[in-house]
Design a binder for this molecule. Structure first.
Ligand code: HPA
Length: 272
């Protein structure tokens, strides 16, 4: 099967459960899955049951697609994502976004856990992603281009939609939630960064560093979707003051920030 056929079979499977209009998609990052609890009239579909869908392997990631109502909108949430460091091909990492667009969704909120490189940030902060730097080393659009999906050379001048980002900022203000704004720098992982790497990444303009999001955002832009990016700063990734880090701390801090995250996403969804 080529990519278009794979998208079609996955889409048709999901359409058997829900075939009406969907307003917005949300990809839930590490430790941020409890947004799902706010979704009403849920239809839950396990990734493993969707033809051609990959299955996630990381602790803290579930592997379910949830369709339902959130603050007056029909949402489709992806609880669990696929990372390049797990060994998936980029086509698999970005496959869910392809399927979501095929279902007719034009707007997507992508979230993640990230290390804070901007010294003004602190662990537990939320950051609206204003732009990204792709240092994963590959681009998910390398290879055959399907004109049916998007152009060979996609524009990335507004990769994180400015108007929608303004909506997030206004919602944060209304809810009295402090938000940072900044550039998300993506690496492949799975290693966390060395101090020398962090020094370079800060120097070239990164405010936060993580191992996801950018492939999905590139593919969403390829298909003309509008994107919101939200990072949860789970640890400070400062070259000159770097403490040992492990995944459990990332999950723990994300869990602490979850209440804010859930409130902000819920409000944003209602206003976009
Ligand atoms: N580096 C890379 N990825 C991350 C980090 C980090 O410090 N924190 C959470 N994800």
């Amino acid at each position: 099967m080529d990519l278009l056929e794979k998208i079609k079979v996955a889409k048709e499977y999901i359409s058997k459960y829900y075939a009406k209009k969907l307003d917005v998609a949300v990809i839930l990052g590490t430790g941020l899955g409890s947004l799902v609890n706010e979704i009403e009239n849920k239809i839950i579909i396990k990734y493993k049951d969707i033809p051609e869908f990959p299955v996630s392997t990381v602790a803290g990631h579930v592997g379910e697609l949830i369709i339902g109502d959130l603050n007056g909108k029909k949402v489709i949430a992806l609880n669990g994502r696929f990372h390049f460091y797990e060994g998936y091909a980029m086509e698999q990492v970005t496959f869910p976004v392809r399927v979501i667009k095929a279902l007719g969704v034009e707007k997507i909120i992508v979230s993640n856990a990230a290390g804070g490189m901007n010294p003004e940030f602190e662990a537990g902060d939320l950051m609206i992603i204003t732009d990204h730097i792709n240092m994963i080393g590959v681009n998910p659009l390398i290879g055959r281009n399907y004109e049916e999906l998007g152009p060979r050379f996609p524009d990335m001048s507004n990769a994180y939609d400015k108007n929608l980002s303004n909506v997030v900022e206004k919602c944060a203000e209304k809810l009295n939630i402090k938000v940072q704004k900044g550039v998300y720098l993506a690496v492949s992982g799975p290693t966390y960064e060395t101090p020398a790497e962090l020094r370079m990444m800060r120097l070239i303009g990164g405010d936060a560093v993580g191992m996801s999001t950018v492939p999905e955002v590139i593919v969403a832009n390829h298909m003309g979707m509008k994107v919101i990016g939200i990072s949860c700063i789970t640890d400070m990734a400062l070259a000159d003051n770097l403490e040992p880090l492990d995944h459990s701390r990332v999950v723990e801090t994300a869990n602490r920030a979850m209440i804010k995250f859930v409130a902000l996403v819920k409000e944003t969804v209602g206003n976009m």
